[in-house]
Design a protein around this ligand. Sequence first.
Ligand code: GDP
Ligand code: IMO
Ligand code: MG
Length: 428
Amino acid sequence: MPGIVIVGVQWGDEGKGKATDLLGERTDWVVKFNGGNNAGHTVVIGDEKYALHLLPSGILSPGVNAVIGNGVVIDLEVLFAELGALQARGVDISRLKVSANAHIITQYHRTLDKVTERFLGKRMIGTTGRGIGPTYADKINRTGIRVQDLFDENILRQKVEGALDQKNHLLVKVFNRRAITVDEVVEDLLSYAERLRPMVCDTGLLLSQALDAGEVVVFEGGQATMLDIDHGTYPFVTSSSATAGGAATGSGVGPNRLDRIVGIVKAYTTRVGSGPFPTELFDENGDFLRSRGFEFGTTTGRPRRVGWYDAPITRYATRINGITDLVLTKLDILTGLTEIPVCVAYDVDGERFDEVPVNQSDFHHATPILEYFPGWTEDISTARTFEDLPVAAQEYVLALEKISGTRISVIGVGPARDAVVVRHDLLD
Ligand code: GDP
Ligand code: IMO
Ligand code: MG
């Protein structure tokens, strides 16, 4: 089972980093295939806590080859800061490979991200402000800067000139900002070129060869299904393909190399930024989940919006991604609730919807139809087998499995690497 994709089911922060890390010891390669430093993955190993943004979480496992794929957008300052911080903590970063075709986030992308948001006012998306959207927009517009451009100053200069010709009009005339000079951008990018050069290669070729040799490759998705540019709650989404299809295009291997698709889903739901969220809570239950689950963004520190588990979303994600296994995380956070509501369908202006409505306005108006399950009070953080869980927790998991339509193979019962109940081996 060599090609394994990890994708978020909901709106991100489901615990994808921990899931990748969990597979780390039995993995040969980990590739990040979408997004950039908008992601934030917290991984806890023993007493050590790591927060990763741009690098795939698999880099924390000794012996794993880490890859930044062509589908990623790279902020070079962040890349080297993150590498430096890991190296200072004794993590081996020598096996990182970076795709020559990945796009580069520059100063003007970051500036445009922030000013566009400010301009949108009440209609803002609530982006992370890292320049993600404008960089992907340039990629699609064919005015982007790629990693390989850094090794030919002439080409780099021409491309930056071309991009700034347009962008400076926008920055100065529309957004009332100062113009950005070609020299400052080129100089900044070139300052990283020599450090980057040894990492750069045809990563699609490397990964295909690894798969041919029967090695295990984990494709680590950033963001999640409901933030996907095509399948998420557009326009309140990120600008990349965060679903399983993106694993093939974003890393340069054929879709038939993706053998298993693992969806990571929280035992409740969270969202950062604007957009529809049918099960969102504004009461003391919301405060309970936010404080117990420590639901504050790893990247921006923003409090996350919280709500109950939404089964139609899991069914939707299963269909869009072809999910074969679910990892249910943060079950321990629900301990102490007398009853646990689960959304099984939506009510949209009096009409019942069993699946996610295709019309975005309907989804905005959707209110959850809830079913209630008994809670438990026992501490479950030391459970390591399904039978160790209290009966009510077992029943909650079995109910979610049934309404979601996919087997729950792993259950998270705490932040630590070993705080899991494995029901089915993800690599089998
Ligand atoms: P990602 O972006 O999907 O990698 O998720 P984040 O790292 O942003 O957020 C998930 C948070 O939940 C992290 O702080 C993890 O350490 C933590 N976490 C993951 N799984 C569990 C779990 O089963 N129980 C608890 N209590 N925390 C978990
Ligand atoms: P991980 O990988 C949660 C959200 C932002 C915003 C929208 C667009 O940690 O799950 P962007 O900066 O990408 O243009 O912002 O997407 N967002 C995330 N929310 N987890 C993430 O990543 C996210 N990455 C982007 O909050 O609503
Ligand atoms: Mg996160």
